[in-house]
Design a protein around this ligand. Sequence first.
Ligand code: ATP
Length: 528
Amino acid sequence: MEDSQKPDLMDKIVSLCKRRGFVFQSSEIYGGLRSAYDYGPMGAELKRNLMSEWWRFMVHSREDVVGIDASIIMRPEVWQSSGHLANFSDPLVDCKVCGERFRADKAPRKAEGEDAPITLGDKGRAKAAQEKLTEAGVKLQRDGTTLNGAKAGAAGYVCPNCGSPFLSDERRFNLMFRTSLGPVDPIGDVVDIVRKAMAEGADDKALRAKVEGALAASSVYLRPETAQAMFVQFLNVQQSLSLKVPFGIAQMGKSFRNEVTAEHFIFRSCEFEQMECEYFVPPGEGPKYLDYWMNERMKWWRSIGIKVDNLRFRKHDDDELAHYSDGCYDVEYKFPWGWDELEGIASRTDFDLKAHAAGSGKKLTYFDPEAVDPETGKPGRHYVPHVVEPAAGATRGVLAALCDAYDEEPADAEGKGARTVLRLHPRLSPIKVGVLPLVKKDGMPEVARKVVEAFFGAGVNAKYDEQHAIGRRYARHDEVGTPYCLTVDTQTLQDETVTIRYRDDRRQERIKIADAVDTVRKALTETT
Ligand code: ATP
């Protein structure tokens, strides 16, 4: 698809996702829940296939990475040591004109030297605010005007909703979801504490500190990333399998962030899935393995069919780098709204293991009997491994795969043949084979069902489909990205052959029923 066709691509994808059962709004019949999504029958298969491909590449195709599946809820000390409790926050800002709440670090910048009168956006709340101000005769000027206590442009950026430069100060907002574990009633505790503190004449600050303390005592957090379990279980995993550095621990699963701004459909949601690997290396070898993993990860994104031109690396600037990191790159995809992050690959030095060693009081070191101790010059070296972390988003990967695969073919000169097709990599396709009896009689459904059974037996996801005319069925399968359709017709009843139709070029040929499973399996393997 050409770039010029892209502005409405997201709308088309969202619509296809609902129409064909990929992604639905969560709790839709109750009005929907902001930034929460349910993966329907096609989406669940696509996400699962993408994550299986990651696991196959990261764990099953190499000797030096093992997988784990850890709890979502961990001891709160984990988040204390990792720094998430203190620092995992976004700068939150309120617009004084339209009331939009947004992330300062993602807000559009005000152009340099721009001090002309301000025109607010022409949508919804922005339009209403503009009308009110015009009515009251207030002219918004970038310099010298104050509105509800906010000076124009002081922050250097503007509201992403209405373009206003009248903004509140930035406040930090922790992204972790807090809940409580065990049969506790935090509200009951808080009521008691407030009652007591007020009787003692505590001021607001003291009251707040007491309430925070009471909540913290019973609080646990939903993990905001899968990574920490790999650090916390470093010793157990290393020792149980006698792993030698360099080695990696991989994990995929749900993570939760109370995002200030949920955006672009499933790109940024509060509940999402990640695929992360912590790769432990000897001190000083982080940069070498950062290069290595950048290569490997780019190879993987290409191997699942994402077009080369739509992928790139973005190096983190020095001011973006965490203080402990000595290098970080994002893998970015060219989404319909522009380049944006799919995966971060960071060299994290020994920060994580050291932080958890300090927090837990346990020694998180590795002994290499073959290395020479740099201090004593003797054989055998104890050290804290350094870490390189490729951290990818699975649900973002699903969106990238959908954007990349979406295609529209125009009609021919006779006005026929227009179609929407998802050119998904066959290994990602939710359904691998559609098996279609040409008509619902003459014994065709029975033969088709036998063909489907053969695919079930071979572990290939095939679906029997007899609803509507054959052309509509092909169109339906094109839209969900089914790479092959097998049609049972009159000739099948005579010579036990079926038509195989290829999604990408609509080519059709006849093959023997007896060869159908092998033909499809071979095609799937060849596209690995
Ligand atoms: P962003 O800058 O987009 O907020 P991040 O740099 O905070 O992302 P990481 O903490 O590096 O993200 O997480 C690794 C990966 O997890 C990201 O590259 C992204 O693919 C995915 N991810 C992070 N937050 C979300 C989210 N809210 N929704 C969906 N995927 C996410």
